[in-house]
Design a protein. Sequence first.
Length: 134
Amino acid sequence: MNKIEHIGIAVNSIKLAGDIYQKLLDTVIYKTEEVVSEGVITSFLQAGPNKIELLEATNPDSPIAKFIAKRGEGVHHIAFEVNDIVTEIARLKAEGFTLLNDEPKPGADNKLVCFVHPKGTNGVLIELCQSNSY
Ligand code: ZN
């Protein structure tokens, strides 16, 4: 895997959290988009080489709504950039990790993504993402 691509933070209100993180990082949100399949609205901010993704649920069945109900707002996942997500999925499966999706799926920010279940990664949801692939 390559660098950490972004850190995802689950929030109740992307509007309120967006204001806070713009102040915190002294920058502006450069992209906001809805990922209908995941039931989320996401906003991205950049701090130097690093990105923060804010995630707000759009419905009660969204994974973000469930996460916040259980654990409250906070760090939701760490995303690693990979060159070839299909190869990484196969490698992680062979290593015994539990993946939340067997096939790459379209995620935010024009990426193909796959999630690794936190039960096999010491409580941290891991996202794999591959850029510019479609
Ligand atoms: Zn993410």
